[in-house]
Design a protein around this ligand. Structure first.
Ligand code: DUC
Ligand code: ZN
Ligand code: ZN
Length: 486
């Protein structure tokens, strides 16, 4: 019997906090040894000389096999989505169980658990709440949060899902009482609806007008408002998919006041701009997502806010809709106006390569920041650290061996998702995962995929310190307990 199942030899181990030359010993799915030169026998030894060895990616925002709020159906199954994630170096995903207005939450969560049994890597869910009725808030959410679903999501826009300010406060109250982070899609609903009606009324339904109906200030206002509500309730939140200087600036100001507001952005906002929405509907639909892609100065602002710490997490917001399918991007017909084209782009597999190429290779961040942004910070924020997000003794052996020199031109053919296009067709990147291991099992190696549907485990998340409220309300009155505090 070998001392180890796998030894990874000769690599440079890059964690968010440090970089060391070390060998890694893996046994029963976990990291059990780290040493300058590991002795002992192993069933398998992987030579990582000349490569970085990093914690597998944690993608805490991706839509997999989820009915869309705006029409259409996700292209991906749990098997295909998590397979493509693994081929792109990601070893944990957090997706969504979604409630639509009028529905109960528990049956949706149960059904989603069932679908996710096909996952190839470990996973958890956020619960989308579209109607925080008494039954949802008092009967369903406490038990579901305690079952390990310690993050909720709310939309401030989209007719089928949006919640108003009063409903947001109800959601914050239950999250604070039972211990959950709340993630927010922050855009001003009424402004978007008004602008959409005006643009469509003026005959401006081309995809380029998607960006005109929801400019950056629509995002800024919603960020500022939801931060105010979170501050009122002393509830930690994460703002999803921050795209622009205006929104990031609101978040930075709140962080400086001590508010527990976290922020993520996504690769599409580093490399796409509103100009990519131009062309015919078929072309524009490939990059149509919300919030809309912005401008080069906004891309630069996102990197600045990453470097100053405002934004700590880069997720894919993988939201896959096929171009050529009746339930895909064009669920409302081939020439549908921008407001009836499914929102979102696929990106589970390309997330880490694009961040590495745009970030590390272009000198905007260093490899440790890359690990923090794509793995460690999300693991901490969502309560799966140090099981995930680090290469240390006792952690799961979720590992990505990175080939920092590899030059790749992204094409649809090379990807492993089940979506019929990539918005990054023809894009050149430097850096690609050479080997991915999930709990010690090799699932991607030098271009060969060997994922196993059903390998992934559900990650029930215990309460964790990172998202504890501060205990600071704007007045002596605690609206959650109903008491006046000294
Ligand atoms: N928001 C998301 O977070 N994902 C897909 C579409 C959207 O608007
Ligand atoms: Zn969103
Ligand atoms: Zn999303």
């Amino acid at each position: 019997m070998s001392d180890f199942d796998v030894i990874i030899k000769g690599g440079v181990v890059v964690n968010a906090s440090d970089t060391t030359r070390a060998d890694i010993g893996i046994k029963d799915g976990r990291i059990v040894a780290l040493a300058e030169a590991l002795s002992g026998s192993a069933t398998r030894t992987i030579d990582a000389a000349g490569r970085m060895v990093m914690p597998g990616g944690v993608d805490s925002h991706c839509h997999i096999a989820q009915p869309s709020s705006g029409g259409g159906q996700n292209a991906e199954s749990w098997e295909s989505g998590t397979r493509s994630a693994a081929c792109g170096g990601t070893t944990t995903v957090i997706a969504f169980s979604s409630q639509e207005k009028g529905e109960r939450i528990k049956p949706m969560v149960d059904a989603y658990h069932e679908k996710a049994k096909q996952a190839c890597i470990d996973y958890s869910f956020h619960i989308i709440i579209s109607e925080p009725s008494d039954a949802v808030v008092t009967d369903e959410l406490p038990g579901l949060i305690e079952s390990g679903l310690r993050s909720l999501k709310l939309f401030m826009t989209y007719p089928k899902n949006r919640v108003d300010d009063g409903e947001i406060l109800r959601i914050f109250e239950v999250a604070r009482r039972y211990g959950a982070l709340v993630c927010v899609h922050a855009e001003n609903h009424d402004a978007i609806m008004y602008m959409t009606e005006k643009l469509i009324g003026a005959g401006l339904g081309a995809t380029k007008y998607h960006a005109w109906c929801k400019p950056a200030l629509v995002e800024r206002e919603a960020c500022q408002r939801v931060i105010m509500l979170a501050e009122l309730m002393d509830q930690p939140i994460q703002i999803f998919h921050v795209t622009c200087e205006e929104a990031a600036e609101e978040i930075r100001r709140a962080q400086h006041r001590g508010v527990k507001v976290f922020a993520e952005t996504c690769p599409q906002y580093f490399v796409l701009t509103a100009d990519d929405l131009e062309g015919d509907q078929r072309q524009g639909a490939r990059v149509l997502c919300s919030p809309a892609p912005r401008s080069v100065p906004d891309q630069q602002a996102l990197w600045r806010h990453i470097n100053s710490g405002t934004i700590g997490n880069v997720t894919s917001d993988h939201a896959p809709y096929n171009i050529d399918a009746v339930d895909g991007k064009f669920w409302a017909g081939d020439n549908a106006p921008f407001n009836q084209i499914a929102n979102g782009v696929p990106g589970l597999e390309t997330r880490m390569p694009i961040v590495f190429s745009e970030g590390v290779v272009k000198g905007r961040i260093d490899p440790q920041q890359f690990v923090a942004l794509t793995s460690t910070n999300a693991a901490k924020l969502f309560g799966v650290y140090p099981q995930k997000g680090t290469i240390s003794i006792g952690a799961d052996a979720d590992i990505c061996i990175w080939d920092a020199e590899k030059k790749v031109t992204i094409t649809q053919e090379m990807l492993h998702h089940d979506t019929d296009y990539t918005p990054y067709e023809g894009m050149d990147v430097t850096g690609w995962p050479a080997v991915t291991l999930t709990r010690g099992k090799v699932v991607w190696e030098e271009g060969v995929e060997s994922c196993e549907a059903g390998w992934g485990n559900f990650l029930a998340r215990e309460p964790y310190d990172y998202i504890k409220p501060r205990g600071v309300f704007p007045t002596p009155f605690n609206p959650v307990s109903g008491e006046i505090e000294a």
